[in-house]
Design a protein around this ligand. Structure first.
Ligand code: IPD
Ligand code: CA
Ligand code: CA
Length: 274
């Protein structure tokens, strides 16, 4: 377990890296010359994703040359079971970004022995900086944040997302989305998993669930939610596994109710892959 001083140092460097990547995203904002599909329909990559990743990795490697890295665009450096593994999404919300819709972020998390312990989510377009480290609390623009106190699903506002494989699987989250829309004040689809988690941490949303995610989407946001007093688990309430790509993150009081409702949902057969 790192000391408080070490965690603070990791958080400071993660912040420096996120701000550096964010400056790159600002530079390319509404000024992209290259938008490509990565293979799967709708999964975009732009020159901003790539340049932001180079900028983030430069900062992380300069300070921690011996740490392992899992970054969306360049892949793995070192072993996934390394005691210190950075999970980096240089642009979370590429589809939003490519359309000029300002929900997007640089997401940088640090797994210590597989457990997310440091997280920074930075939206340079809206100027939102979220930071957290195990035992040190969570902040938004350097002010402490806490999850909401909403205790009834009928009073809640949730958020979810739909993975790029949604046309290839019946497990596409469409039925879950409708079911929980019916029971709550609304379910948003933000389009940036790390921003969704930051919004749960800061209390403007009460809960989030999604499947088909990658460690770099989740590592930072999970720390934010936990440090803001929330809960994170698998869909069935069992311990969260970052490599499962699936999680429920809530303010706490709504955790069991959401887990219970997710357990009831049957997929819509009309959206099975053809
Ligand atoms: C995506 C976003 C989106 C989520 C997708 C992710 P990307 O990340 O986080 O909200 O629904 O599953 O892949 O591709 O924009 O980095
Ligand atoms: Ca992402
Ligand atoms: Ca990304």
């Amino acid at each position: 377990m790192p000391t408080t001083e070490e965690l603070q140092q990791f958080l400071d460097i993660a912040t420096e890296a996120a701000l550096t990547g964010g400056a790159v995203l600002q530079k390319y904002w509404k000024n992209l010359s290259s938008i490509q599909e990565k293979g799967r329909s709708g999964d975009l990559v732009t020159e901003a994703d790539q340049a932001s990743e180079v900028a983030v990795l430069t900062v992380i490697k300069r300070h921690f040359s011996d740490h392992a890295i899992l970054a969306e665009e360049s892949g793995q450096l070192g072993q996934l079971d390394s005691p210190l593994l950075w999970a980096i999404d240089p642009l979370d919300g590429t589809t939003n970004y490519a359309h000029g819709y300002p929900l997007c972020a640089v997401s940088i998390g640090l797994l210590v022995a597989g457990v997310p312990m440091v997280g920074v989510v930075y939206n340079p377009i809206l100027g939102d900086l979220y930071q957290a480290a195990k035992g040190l609390g969570a902040t938004h623009n350097r002010q402490p944040i806490q999850v909401s106190k909403t205790a009834q699903l009928s009073n809640s506002l949730l958020v979810t997302g739909f993975a790029y494989d949604r046309r290839e699987t019946v497990d596409n989250n469409y039925a879950e989305f409708c079911h929980l829309t019916h029971l709550t004040q609304g379910v948003r689809r933000g389009g940036s998993a790390s921003v969704d988690l930051a919004h749960v941490a800061s209390g403007c949303l009460d809960g989030y669930w999604e499947r088909g995610l990658s460690p770099w989407d989740l590592a930072a946001g999970v720390v934010l939610v936990e440090e803001a007093g929330g809960l994170v688990s698998a869909y069935d309430g069992s311990p969260f596994d970052i490599y499962s790509g699936r999680l429920v993150a809530t303010n706490g009081p709504l955790h069991q109710p959401i887990v219970q409702e997710l357990g009831h949902v049957q997929p819509f057969p009309q959206f099975e892959p053809k």
